[in-house]
Design a protein around this ligand. Structure first.
Ligand SMILES: Cc1cc2nc3c(=O)[nH]c(=O)nc-3n(C[C@H](O)[C@H](O)[C@H](O)COP(=O)(O)OP(=O)(O)OC[C@H]3O[C@@H](n4cnc5c(N)ncnc54)[C@H](O)[C@@H]3O)c2cc1C
Length: 391
């Protein structure tokens, strides 16, 4: 019997992790990526232990080691004064909360995928149409110059991000909703090899996060602020002169860090209700299924979790039922993930509201955080960070 074969649309963090997780279980994968190359995609990514555990299980701990900074604590500060409100421990014993330059993580996943003989990667071709039959799917891949290839597989996984074509093909045509916020992201050279501190500055209608990446040689900066208009797509370059007025009310340390940053990129922040994660032989994963606002730093983490659960269930059902096991595997995946992804999405939204509170509500928020203290803050996030694939 030939090896089962799955098609994945999108070679982002989620699609690559899914390809690796499937291939390592003996399932052949074709990974189709719409973009023509794998350039720089944003600045930093916090990878909490729930996702880090999956990456380690794919033998990526060593390749990632030279890029990662171990996050020791999160310090929450006031935007205006810089005064610390609370600190939360991040990497407790036996678990690692890692900070990456996004591109470093993406490239490590890509290198690992390229080294697998049962993963075929096609770039510059996006999945545009899918025909579903009783025993499999046929997908049309489109390049810039038109239809180029039809791929047949047992199933297709849409890991094609916020503006997912696969989500449309699975029947959800409601567009993402602009939140009225945009994120400005940049990297700055670190003054000296920085330790693993994630700093969060909270102000009315804005906040800033910064943390070391690239082995501590650079600082990743994200500033989220209100925006009148949205722009579709990944990002656009941002003119610092437009951001500077926002920083006039910020504490001096934050202002000085922002002026050291190079090449700002701007992301409009969109929200979307979770889609059903499977329909017959089509599954959705990561932002395609449940984009997460960045206020809990869990979007990529959830995509990585999805990949692990989906690969395990597909392998288990294929082993028991053969090709007929694919739709039940995808249905089991959808029901295994539904509650958690919805809860993470909602918590992220709630964090956004709390982060951006103005006085007097912000005083209550600060009091709650101080009362919780470091251990209480960590316990509050336990259900997010302590997740492990139950299979
Ligand atoms: C400001 C900000 C900060 C963030 N910080 C964090 C963080 O610290 N930690 C964290 O876990 N998450 C974070 N996130 C969220 C994270 O970036 C996303 O959730 C994550 O990138 C989603 O990964 P994905 O693989 O699902 O989708 P994407 O990364 O969007 O990848 C989708 C891929 O599919 C391709 N594609 C699109 N259409 C097609 C098609 N039709 N056919 C084939 N390919 C296609 C795209 O080109 C792309 O390569 C942050 C997000 C923002 C905006």
């Amino acid at each position: 019997m030939t090896a089962p074969h799955i098609l994945i649309a999108g070679a982002g963090i989620g699609g690559l992790t899914a390809a690796l997780a499937l291939a390592r279980r003996g399932i052949a994968v074709t990974l189709a990526e719409k973009r023509t190359g794998f350039g720089e995609l944003g600045a930093g990514l916090q990878i909490s232990p729930n996702a880090g555990h999956v990456l380690d299980g794919l033998d990526l701990r060593l390749p990632l080691k030279r890029h990662a900074v171990l996050a020791e604590r999160l310090v929450v500060r006031s935007w205006r004064s810089g005064a610390a409100l609370v600190a939360m421990p991040m990497s407790a014993e036996g678990e690692s909360f890692r900070l990456f330059k996004r591109n470093d993580l993406h490239m490590a996943l890509l290198d690992a995928a390229r080294a697998m003989p049962n993963i075929r990667i096609i770039v510059g071709r996006g999945v545009s149409e899918v025909t579903v039959a009783a025993d499999g799917i046929a997908a049309t891949l489109l390049g810039e110059s038109g239809a180029v290839e039809t791929i047949e597989a047992l199933a297709i996984i849409g890991a094609d991000g916020l503006w997912s074509r696969l989500r449309q093909l699975a029947g959800d045509r409601s567009p993402p909703r602009f939140t009225g916020y945009e994120a400005w992201r940049a990297l700055a050279p670190a003054p000296e090899r920085a330790g693993g501190e994630v700093t969060l500055h909270l102000g009315p209608d804005r906040h800033m996060v910064h943390y070391p990446v690239a082995g501590g040689r650079e600082t990743n900066i994200v500033i989220v602020r209100r925006a009148a208009e949205a722009r579709e797509g990944w990002s656009r370059s941002g003119d610092y002169a437009r951001l500077a007025p926002e920083l006039e009310t910020a504490n001096p340390a934050l202002r000085s860090l922002a002026t050291r940053a190079c090449a700002w990129q701007v992301w409009s922040l969109f929200d979307r209700v979770p889609a059903p994660m499977a329909q017959g032989r089509i599954a959705l994963l990561g932002d395609a299924a449940h984009p997460v606002l960045p206020f809990l730093a869990q979007g990529a983490a959830l995509a990585i979790e999805d990949a692990a659960v989906l690969a395990r269930l597909l392998a288990e059902h294929l082993a028991r039922e053969g090709a007929a096991g694919v739709p039940p595997a995808l249905a089991a995946y959808a029901s295994a993930r539904a509650e958690r992804v919805a809860r993470v999405q909602q918590t992220s939204r709630a964090n956004g509201r709390a982060y951006h509170m103005a006085a007097p509500w912000s005083l209550g928020r600060d009091l709650v955080m101080k009362r919780l203290g470091p251990d209480g803050m960590r316990r509050r996030h336990g259900w997010v960070y302590d997740w492990r694939d139950g299979g």
